[in-house]
Every structure is written in C-alpha cells, then in structure tokens.
Design a protein around this ligand. Sequence first.
Ligand SMILES: [Zn+2]
Ligand SMILES: [Zn+2]
Length: 160
Amino acid sequence: MSNNTNIACPCGNSTQHTALLYHTCCRPFHSNSLKAASPEHLMRSRYTAFVMKLYDYLIATHHPEYLHGLTANSLAQSPETHWLSLEIISSSGTDLQGQVEFQAWYKDDTSINAIHERSDFQCIEGEWLYTQGEQFDAIFPKRNQACLCGSGKKFKQCCL
Ligand SMILES: [Zn+2]
Ligand SMILES: [Zn+2]
C-alpha cells in the first residue's frame, strides 16, 4: 500500500458529498493522534486498516478479552482480500457501548461479496474497542441502484 495520504479515504466517508482524504479521515486514528469519538468512527478506521494492512492497529482496537488468540501475525497470514468499499447501514449506542451494522464489499476471482456484520463496541476508559460481531448474508444492491464500489454508476452497468 502506498504511503500517499492524499487519497480518498478507503472508508468512503464524505462531508457535503465530498470524499474525505485519508489524512483528514482515518489517518489521525491510525497514527494515534486522535481517538475515535464513536463506534462508527472506529469501525471506519478499522475497515481502512484492513485495506491498508495495518494489523497492529486492528489488534490495538480489538478488546483483548475478545481476541481469542488473534494476533497481528495471524491477520497478516490470512488470505489477501481485495476490498471494494464500506457501507454503513446503521449505528447506535450509548456512551459506553454501541453497535454498527455494515457491509464490507470485496472481490475475489469470480465474484463480489460482502461481510455483512453487526459489530459490538465497548468504550473502555474513553477508548472505543471492537468486541465481537454477528454475521449475516450480504444484501446486494438492486440492478438500478448505485454500485457498491462507489463508482457512481448503476450496479447493472458496473460490478454486477
Ligand atoms: Zn476514513
Ligand atoms: Zn462498481
């Protein structure tokens, strides 16, 4: 992954329909200069960390009691994933715990699919951490809806 921070942030966050750049979006979390203010921010920064293979960050933001032996090394050894986009479906919660439902779209040799998960987060001493998630089947866009890859084209004219 390039070190260029002047790219649109992989998490797809935008303000007033303008894509946020990595260095103003998820990078402050990755460089530890900012703590995620909400489960959704943490979720976005963790998706971007998957895209950029920042495995130490993924471990650091995963509640230690829920790691179950997961390490930065084991993450690095999992099969390569070609991530396409992150779709936040909903987020909710209180000051101490929250949930984010999302689809993380990816592509393999033959098809496109998504990890569709409702993730749980806990705030421990002011820091949001991922604990666990429940997974569901992917919900695909309809043919005439916007493509999941963020191209702005219709799904049927793009990745379908
Ligand atoms: Zn971002
Ligand atoms: Zn597409």
